[in-house]
Design a protein. Structure first.
Length: 308
């Protein structure tokens, strides 16, 4: 890691705040067997400004971290509260007052795999959300990857195991090589699975449709948030179901959803443009609502926020 990883001078490692440049481990550590989590804290009221930060959906994120650890045979030697405290200390030590990405990482220790290293780094990021954000409406040409999404009888696809991301890295490199902005995986049955670091939602005839967990997707918290809110709060019908490649090409709109990618519209797939307008009306509405939710502007979902 460089002295200030993505501008973060400090991180929390194995119980204490240290300088990021001192967060070093031996080259012999089996970090490839590790797991991680990706969490965001947003500025209250206006995600494009500075101010007080709230972590979005801490509880499901920390629960997934535990599940990932359990599936991969690791025990986390800290409580949820201690991990939250570690997160707060990391953000505080760095003095962040803009949106922050938090990435707890856990991996077995070389020689004593029953023990683990726990590190909580955090750094600032540029959101695609917020009013008139040009990052949101940028054109994004995606391709269907020639790499299939890992099957969950080969690697734990539903968890955040680092090993899964070799699959994503191969698909991203292929997309870059061919001049695309990103890639979508099909699963081993040939149905649409997900992006390289985000889930997929397609809009067809006014209905939002997203692949099921059995399509080898990560159990995404953003997807779950949208499944809860899009129909109940916005009145837009939502369905979980398999999407064939052709149905995907013939969608009116499509977007990526995830903690990292937030709500990111897709312009075309394999150079076939989606729908008649970009970004589409439904995608715009969902992104605006998601922005309000993460910024704490929706009273009934304020319980999803944890103050830093
Ligand atoms: N799929 C993959 C492969 C991911 O890395 C992510 C990001 N964590 C997602 C989907 C979206 O999951 P979430 O909404 O929980 O961030």
């Amino acid at each position: 890691m460089s002295a200030a990883f993505h501008g973060a001078k400090f991180c929390w490692m194995n119980g204490e705040i240290i300088e990021t440049e001192k967060a070093l481990v031996s080259a012999m550590e089996p970090i490839h067997l590790g797991i991680f989590e990706g969490i965001k804290a947003y500025v209250e009221n206006d995600v494009n400004s500075r101010g007080v930060l709230n972590i979005f959906r801490w509880k499901p994120h920390v629960d997934r971290l535990w599940r990932s650890a359990a599936v991969c045979g690791m025990k986390i030697p800290y409580t949820d509260e201690e991990l939250l405290e570690a997160t707060r200390k990391t953000i505080g030590a760095n003095g962040f007052d803009t949106n922050v990405y938090i990435q707890p990482r856990i991996w077995p220790r070389a020689g004593t795999p029953e023990k683990v290293h726990v590190i909580v780094p955090a750094w600032t990021f540029e959101t695609v959300l917020g009013k008139d954000n040009p990052r949101f409406s940028k054109n994004r040409r995606l391709m269907i990857s020639s790499w299939r999404r890992i099957a969950s009888d080969a690697l734990p696809a539903q968890t955040k195991a680092w090993a899964n991301y070799a699959n994503s890295a191969l698909a991203m490199r292929e997309a870059e090589r061919l001049g695309y902005d990103g890639a979508i995986f099909l699963d081993n049955r040939g149905f649409v699975s997900e992006g390289t670091g985000a889930c997929i939602m397609a809009v067809r005839n006014g209905k939002v449709i997203t692949p099921p967990v059995t399509a080898s997707i990560l159990e995404s918290i953003t997807r779950e948030t949208l499944l809860k809110t899009v129909s109940d709060d916005l009145g837009i019908p939502v369905e979980v179901g398999d999407i064939s490649r052709v149905e995907f090409y013939a969608s009116d709109e499509a977007f990526l959803c995830g903690t990292g990618w937030e709500i990111t519209p897709i312009t075309s797939i394999d150079d076939l443009p989606l729908g008649k307008e970009y970004p589409g009306t439904v995608t715009n509405r969902i992104a605006e609502y998601y922005t309000d939710v993460v910024a704490g502007k929706v009273e009934k979902h304020k319980e999803w926020l944890t103050s830093v």
